[in-house]
Design a protein around this ligand. Structure first.
Ligand SMILES: C[S@@+](CC[C@H](N)C(=O)[O-])C[C@H]1O[C@@H](n2cnc3c(N)ncnc32)[C@H](O)[C@@H]1O
Length: 421
């Protein structure tokens, strides 16, 4: 992984990037982090990098020319690579672990552009940047701290940088939970003793305790994450039910008819709002709409789930081959068209975290199997982590990506999964 940080203050960034774990990783050649002075690329004698804003107002704006010349220099130096140019901006998508995972897995060259003063000439962002990322909903004097944070969180996931992938895989935000509490010696400090289970050395009990602590912590500190978390096994489901003081709900289901379309739309509207709040750009563009559900129903495959007569969730099953799937970037597990596809798995707001998505997937799979299909395929947005976790837990294998052509959604890239019976 090569990271170029374009900045007016390389001397502030470099020591941090050369210290500790990242410094050692760079020495081993696992990563390369360069801090490039934008001022060296001006085409005026005074080495001026900023100017007054058109239209008036406070402060100065960084000019496009030095930024573009600096970017050209690093792209020439790095040569052809899987590159992403990212502008650090309080107006960008809020950076999280999902972004870090995407960047480390999809690219081997990141260019992080740090603005300063009032920001950067919009034309540079439009013409040269692939995306904008924000460190959070606050304004800093410059993009250097966000660039360091992004470089650090990405680089620690580069193979070999930490001693074992388990070092980062068990941590907060990896699988939708916060980490459990950690302790080290001495056993008792200021009257506080390390929990007994950790001192007894029984591996299985320690694991169970830690998982329970993760759930308890996440519920207490991040109710938003807790609500989105899909329990991974019956034991976790029991803990979640206990923590939320809930008993298992019984859902009814039936094939949907045209009269059910308003209910189906109400369910997907709640799911869309939830995805928007979680930063998932799926189902944000009047999709799925009434026409989509009418087509699902005509194809004979939409199911409405209810609880005590109240709409709770929906799922569609297609038994005809998907138009876009042959163009997968990657490889399906099975060849040919002998598969069914599950679409539009949506859970209403009142029933999140109650095991309904699992139940709906199980129905789709049973129906596909009963109709003699050898496998089920599903696609979802790469940022839809709840869905991806659900699929992986149910034994689906990630096969690649497709770009949907029959959708009105602005971001049609989808990750593909298949499960063979
Ligand atoms: C003072 S800020 C400019 C803010 C800009 N005028 C606005 O209101 O959106 C200067 C630079 O700091 C960086 N910056 C500030 N806050 C940031 C944040 N939360 N995330 C990422 N970068 C940030 C950006 O690179 C930005 O160009």
């Amino acid at each position: 992984m090569r990271i170029d940080i374009l900045t007016l203050f390389p001397e502030a960034v470099r020591p941090m990037m050369e210290a500790s774990i990242l410094g050692r990783a760079a020495k081993k050649g696992l990563i390369e982090i360069n801090c490039i002075q934008i001022r060296d690329f001006t085409d005026n004698k005074q080495q001026q990098v900023d100017d007054y804003p058109y239209g008036g107002g406070w402060g100065c704006v960084m000019m496009a020319q030095p930024l573009k010349a600096c970017l050209d220099y690093v792209t020439d130096q790095a040569g052809p690579r899987k590159r992403r140019v990212i502008y650090m901006s309080p107006q960008g998508a809020r950076f999280d672990q999902g972004h870090a995972r995407r960047l480390v897995s999809a690219y081997d060259h990141l260019v992080l552009v740090c603005g300063h003063y009032e920001g950067v000439d919009e034309r540079f962002i439009e013409k040269c940047c692939d995306e904008e990322l924000s460190l959070g909903d606050f304004v800093l004097t410059g993009g250097e701290i966000p660039a360091m944070a992004i470089a650090d969180s990405v680089c620690r996931m580069v193979p070999g940088v930490l001693s074992d992938p388990a070092c980062y895989m068990g941590e907060s935000h990896w699988d939708g939970l916060l980490e459990y509490p950690q302790y080290t010696r001495p056993e008792t400090w200021e009257g506080l003793t390390v929990p007994e289970v950790l001192r007894e050395g029984k591996h299985r009990e320690i694991e169970a305790w830690r998982r329970e602590q993760q759930l308890i912590r996440t519920q207490a500190r991040r109710p938003d994450m807790f609500a989105a978390y899909v329990p991974q096994n019956p034991e976790e489901q029991r803990i979640v039910d206990r923590l939320t003081d809930r008993e298992k709900l019984v859902f009814d289901c039936r094939p949907a008819t045209a009269e059910d379309i308003p209910q189906l739309l109400a369910i997907t509207a709640e799911a869309s709002a939830y995805m928007r709040d979680c930063g998932v750009p799926q189902w944000q563009d009047d999709f799925p709409n009434a026409d989509v559900f009418a087509a699902d129903i005509a194809a004979g495959g939409c199911w409405l789930f209810t609880h005590d007569g109240e709409r709770a969730g929906c799922m569609s099953l297609y038994t005809t081959p998907d138009w876009d799937y042959p163009a997968i970037r990657g490889a399906w597990l099975t060849e040919g068209d002998h598969y069914a596809t599950i679409h539009r798995v949506a859970v209403g707001a009142a029933y999140r975290g109650r095991g309904l998505a699992d139940e709906m997937m199980a129905l789709g799979e049973d129906l596909a199997m009963g109709r003699g299909f050898g496998s089920v395929r599903v696609d979802t947005h790469e940022k839809n982590l709840s869905m991806r976790r659900l699929l992986e837990r149910r034994g689906y294998v990630c096969c690649g990506t497709v770009t949907l052509t029959d959708t009105i959604e602005k971001d049609p890239l989808r990750v593909c999964y298949e499960k063979v019976f």
